[in-house]
Design a protein around this ligand. Structure first.
Ligand code: ADP
Length: 465
């Protein structure tokens, strides 16, 4: 059984939770850091304003000592330092524990103001240090440092609250998202489970005529179900054809077997002379030949349908067609038929199994001879177009009625069963020929007219240059 954690539903719910969690974390971080920046900027602005307004210069006094012209008013906790770091004045609220950073005085000397965040044991402060210029009417020289401080306690408390809120949001939403994801995934997947159950029940019942896509919309699951239906239809069709084939094959074997049995029964019902036994054995041999041919054809058909690797010999089509016609010339002459071979100037070369392709030509020429009355002509032509080698077998025989043409490649199909059997046909020749051609990527076309003759055209793909 599929373990719970490996189910698609579980994984979808987990993903849902993870994505939502990540979204909250990213959004939370954006809000948090944005707020932190805004709060700090606010504090910094306040400090800057306070620093400017804290130092009062008493211009009117006659003091020549510039430092003594400065005084501090208490707008914020602040202190006034000399450029060596000695305290000149300080506000009672200014935390004396705030140290003076070693490089601060240098920065001030250079005319730069500076913000710092000071973390003292109990409180966090934001400190602003700025140079103080005394307007002496000459060079506006820097003479002191003003430091203004503000506790960041409120801001940090606000940020801590926000952190808590985001944490709480994650804690509450994640399980909810997990449950929601589980529910949604369950709903989305339930039609798939339906299809799965239907398919397994069809497999269990072996009733391949049932279908699974009935009533399903044309969405992904519907398409999956229709694909299953297509597969079921093909399996059903293949099984029906297999059943038909087995029935046909048994039927075909029954006739020669019944003939054998009949011959033997007749021979055995009373003592016979040696010549009578000889005659019977001759007839038995004919029946056995029929059966052998049939069994061999069945075997060939089974092997051709197999998807085993096709040998890829280079075949000269003209040479192959001529050698087949040479072999069949005797049979044609026996039947007083003319067997002509016409070769186009081209010398097509194809790839495949030579013996199988030769067998197709043999079948076609053999049929042409078989179904052409004495005195007729059978013509074999070899040519090619840009893509295919063409082998045409044309006869002046009995022809095939239009209603039979679509079926002549079916197994055991004969337009005239008695005549075909009598001629030694098994009804498998064209089925085998077509299977071989399909394996070679080619096909066979047929054109026929009753009483005029038939034209079978084999098309075999040429090898790529
Ligand atoms: P068979 O062994 O009976 O010849 P095939 O599969 O070779 O079986 O042919 C199927 C049927 O197609 C034949 O029984 C015959 O009726 C018809 N047929 C095939 N070739 C020809 C032809 N050249 N002329 C007329 N009928 C043909």
């Amino acid at each position: 059984m599929l373990s719970f954690t490996r189910t698609l539903r579980f994984r979808l719910a987990l993903w849902f939770m993870a994505v939502l969690g990540a979204a909250i974390v990213v959004l939370g971080a954006l809000i948090y850091f944005g707020l932190q920046r805004a709060l700090l900027q606010n504090v910094d602005n306040t400090l800057r304003n306070a620093a400017v307004r804290s130092v009062i210069q008493s211009n009117g006094e006659a003091e020549s000592e510039r430092l003594r012209r400065l005084s501090l008013i208490s707008l914020a906790p602040s202190r006034l330092l000399t450029l060596d770091g000695n305290t000149l004045q300080f506000d009672a609220a200014f935390p004396t524990a705030i140290p003076i950073a070693p490089d601060l005085l240098n920065a001030i000397q250079a005319g730069n103001a500076r913000f710092e965040t000071m973390i003292l044991p109990s409180v966090i402060y934001r400190l602003y240090s700025a140079p103080v210029r005394v307007d002496d009417g000459v060079d506006n020289t820097r003479v002191a440092v003003v430091q203004v401080v503000q506790s960041l306690e409120n801001e940090y408390a606000t940020l801590a609250n926000l952190r808590g809120l985001i944490g709480l949001l994650i804690l509450v939403t994640l399980p909810l998202a997990g449950l929601g994801g589980w529910f949604l995934a369950g709903r989305a997947l339930s039609p798939i489970e339906h299809v799965r159950r239907d398919v397994s029940s069809i497999i269990g019942s072996a009733d391949l005529s049932r279908r699974v896509s009935n009533g399903l919309p044309d969405d992904e699951v519907g398409k999956l179900a229709r694909t299953f239906d297509g597969l079921l239809a093909r399996i059903e069709d293949a099984m029906a054809r297999e059943r038909q084939f087995t029935a046909d094959a048994s039927h075909e074997l029954r006739s020669p077997l019944a003939a054998l049995k009949g011959e033997i029964s007749v021979a055995l019902n009373r003592p016979r002379s040696a010549s009578e036994y000889h005659g019977t054995l001759n007839e038995l041999e004919v029946s056995i030949d029929d059966m052998t041919r049939l069994v061999e054809d069945l075997l060939t058909l089974a092997r051709t349908g197999n998807d085993t690797q096709l040998p890829s010999q280079l075949i000269e089509v003209v040479e192959m067609a001529m050698s087949v016609c040479d072999r069949l010339m005797v049979i044609a002459h026996e039947k007083s038929l003319e067997l002509l071979v016409k070769i186009d100037a081209a010398q097509p070369i194809v790839a495949g199994d030579r013996s199988q392709l030769a067998r197709v030509i043999t079948n076609l020429v053999d049929n042409a001879i078989r179904y052409t009355p004495t005195g007729g002509v059978v013509e074999v032509r070899v040519s090619c177009n840009i893509t295919h080698a063409l082998i045409e077998v044309q006869d002046t025989g009995i022809g095939i009625a239009p209603e039979h043409v679509p079926h002549i490649f079916d197994r055991f199909y004969r337009t005239d069963s008695a005549r075909s059997r009598q001629n030694g046909g098994t009804g498998l020749g064209l089925a085998i020929a077509q299977a071989i051609m399909q394996r070679h990527g080619g096909d066979i076309l047929v054109a026929s007219e009753v009483g005029v003759g038939s034209l079978f055209t084999m098309r075999i793909p040429l090898i790529a240059e």
